[in-house]
Design a protein around this ligand. Structure first.
Ligand code: FES
Length: 338
């Protein structure tokens, strides 16, 4: 019997994947995997199991009543997991924390393959993870324990899901815990990770996309772009990648490669430093053409420091644009995970 992979993304950012048979209800598949999704009647009457399908094809089922799920709600992607049967792999946002469903994050080990520095700006960390390591969604992160410190830092995968070799783009922070460890790290060293985590992942692509990356906030977009390159998309995708200093602009050649592999993908870069030699000085908001906003018919994804999120929100307001959706991940290098 065919089965589909269902990603359950809980309110606290924890994600668990379950296999669901082609005629099986998602609630039952979760139960088989000891994940107690919210439920009461399991008959399509109470609405307690209502979740949001973020991507994938599915059959809503015929046995529920309007009080449990209205037509409007179904139109917005809401589903009853006690009735829903998947017709493809799906991502489902569950509106309660993972602990309320008696599940949580997974822990797994990883082995260092390479640490590649980009001048004094960043590192690319390449790791091998075990075959049974948990899957992740493009855009998600893990917490990596810095060996010997008992502390962890959060990093988004810059590689696409489904590979045993995974990569991360890590900002170099002088004197920072992870930066200091990376400077002496060699191949074969072991790391402990917890995850995957986060609600910043690529949803079903239903309209044009605008990706806004700040510094090493580029990482999750590399994961998303690899997925778009593999799966294809009919929608235009524009990225604006802004950094502080010239040397912070790393991996531009990968973006050039994606511009060749993904029809409709374009990008620009900019540097905030007033002394920059780069052709575009300024912030991402200074280099955002009106056509990239598609009059609001656009899904915006942003990963960058908190002031960038605020600046972009202000920019949209000033332009009188309300994007169809705005997903963002704020990160502050050298901080313990929130
Ligand atoms: Fe009652 Fe699904 S559990 S409608």
């Amino acid at each position: 019997m065919n089965s589909y992979r269902i990603a359950l993304n809980f309110e606290d950012g924890v994600t668990r994947f379950v296999d669901c048979g082609a005629t099986e209800k998602v609630l039952d598949a979760a139960f088989r995997n000891r994940i107690n999704l919210p439920m009461d009647c399991s008959d399509g009457v109470c609405g307690t199991c209502k979740c949001k399908a973020e991507s994938g094809a599915y059959d809503l089922g015929d046995d529920y009543i309007e009080d449990a799920l209205t037509e409007d709600e179904a139109g917005q992607g809401l589903v009853l997991t006690c009735q829903m049967v998947p017709k493809s792999d799906c991502v489902i946002a569950v509106p309660v924390p993972s602990t309320a469903c008696k599940t949580g994050t997974a822990q797994f080990g990883a082995s260092v393959t390479e640490v590649a520095p980009f001048s004094d700006a960043a590192y690319e960390l390449v790791l091998d993870i075990p075959e049974n390591a948990p899957a992740f969604l493009p855009g998600q992160y893990v917490n990596i324990t810095v060996p010997g410190s008992g502390q962890h830092r959060s990093y988004s995968f810059s590689s696409a899901p489904g590979e045993r070799r995974v990569t991360f783009l890590i900002k170099h922070v002088p004197g920072g815990l992870m930066s200091t460890w990376l400077q002496g790290a060699g191949s074969g060293e072991q790391l402990q990770m917890t995850g995957p985590l986060g609600s910043f992942y690529l949803r079903a692509v239903a309209r044009p996309l605008l990706f806004l990356a700040g510094g090493t906030g580029l990482a999750p977009f590399l994961s998303m772009l690899e997925v778009l390159a593999r799966e294809g998309t009919a929608q235009p995708v524009h990225m604006i990648y802004g950094v502080t200093r010239d040397q912070d602009l790393v991996l531009v050649e990968r973006l050039q490669d994606y511009a060749l592999r993904i029809p409709g993908f374009t990008f620009t870069t900019c540097v905030a430093d007033p002394q920059t030699a780069h052709e575009r000085q300024g912030y991402v908001t200074n280099h955002m053409p009106a056509q990239a906003l598609h009059g609001g018919n656009v899904d915006v994804y942003l990963c960058g420091p908190p002031p960038m999120v605020e600046a972009v929100q202000k920019h949209f307001k000033a332009e009188g644009i309300a994007p169809a959706s705005f997903h963002y991940e704020k990160f502050t290098p050298n901080q313990p995970a929130a």
